[in-house]
Design a protein around this ligand. Structure first.
Ligand SMILES: [Zn+2]
Ligand SMILES: [Zn+2]
Length: 343
């Protein structure tokens, strides 16, 4: 089959590889669509939990094409979203109920073969039938599940006032999920007006344009919107300067959540005195864990919309365009559709 393969030295290519064979408890999917995510760029450069060489692609939607030994369902032909994580269930972290930090953590598309390929093998138990939900919506199950975990971690009080830095696919989904979780007012701050227009379309009360080179005007505007600070500030960009500003923008007793991925050696300057004297809470949200089913429910409810988020669909042979789209502020989300290769 054809697959994208990432190799050492930030190299990638479309390669002919063996079509994977489903083992016990596994199914093989024919990939319909796989979402391209900022994490894929980190993986290409050996970051996050990359295990190279790697077939990337962790936001998978596919059709069950063959069943491994002992698998009775889902039936062949069923369209499913995938929870791409596998936990061992037996390590120290798993035994403490913290499977997200499993010492033998497998994440398809990060440290095991994923969905930028014609086929992928996944655990049958970790597939979620779309039940008629449009593929264009269902393919957002994994990023929605990640955001859902973030909202779980945030643990908002009803009627909270929430600020989100970032209007990429994640920020846009978070802006809707926090509403579902109790936010009374949602403000989204980001550099690109077209993405902020999507945030408004999805129900954000305020949007603020952030100048990448000098966010000071945006920070001043945010202080005007919430003079006593926001109950929760979610930093969903990975930009250190915004995290530094997040503390001052958080109301006394409020919460700062680090959701965006910064480089491992990045350091932020935060005021310990301010965190201490105003009893601020700083939280992190790493990845989805056991939230894919609820993500599907949220998408199916129609209360979480992804309308307009997909701005490009490419075949495997056009994967270079998918990567350059990640750096193009006019693009929001790219999907890979392997059938475009065969067309
Ligand atoms: Zn992702
Ligand atoms: Zn484990």
């Amino acid at each position: 089959m054809k697959a994208i393969v990432f190799r050492e030295g930030s190299q990638w290519a479309v390669e002919d590889v063996d079509t994977p064979v489903p083992g016990e408890g596994e199914v093989r999917l024919r990939i319909i669509r796989t979402g391209v995510c900022g994490t894929d760029e980190h993986l290409l450069h050996g970051g996050f939990i990359a295990k190279l060489p790697l077939i990337p692609g962790h936001e998978m939607l596919g059709e069950v094409e063959s069943l491994g030994e002992g698998v009775t369902g889902p039936a062949i032909g069923t369209v499913v979203a995938v929870d791409n994580t596998i936990h061992c269930g037996e390590c120290g972290a798993c035994l403490k109920g913290r499977a997200l930090f499993c010492e033998n953590f497998v994440s398809l598309g990060c440290n095991a073969p994923g969905g930028f390929a014609e086929y992928v093998v996944v655990r049958a138990a970790k597939t979620f039938p779309t039940l008629g939900l449009s593929p264009d919506v269902a393919v957002f199950a994994e990023p929605t599940a990640c955001a859902m975990h973030g909202v779980d971690i945030l643990d908002l009080a009803p009627a909270s006032d929430v600020l989100i830095f970032g209007a990429g696919p994640t920020g846009l989904i978070l802006s809707q999920l926090v509403r579902m979780a109790g936010a009374a007012r949602v403000t989204v701050a980001a550099p690109t007006p077209s993405k902020l227009a999507l945030a408004t379309q999805f129900g954000a009360d305020h949007t603020v344009v952030v100048d990448r080179d000098d966010p000071s005007a945006a920070i001043a505007e945010l202080h005007t919107i919430a003079p006593k600070g926001f109950d929760a500030v979610i930093e969903a960009t990975g930009v250190v300067a915004l995290l530094e500003h997040a503390v001052g923008l958080t109301a006394t007793g409020g919460t700062v959540m680090v959701y965006g991925v910064a480089s491992e050696d990045a350091r932020a300057r935060l005021s310990p005195y301010e965190i201490f004297s105003r009893e601020l809470t700083v939280k992190g949200s790493f990845a989805q864990a056991f939230t894919l089913g609820r993500a599907m429910t949220a998408l199916r409810s129609g209360r979480i919309s992804v309308e307009g988020i997909v701005t490009d669909v490419v075949g495997l042979d056009d994967f270079g365009r998918a990567l350059s789209n990640l750096k193009d502020s006019g693009q929001v989300k790219t999907m890979v559709d392997p059938s475009l290769w065969r067309a």
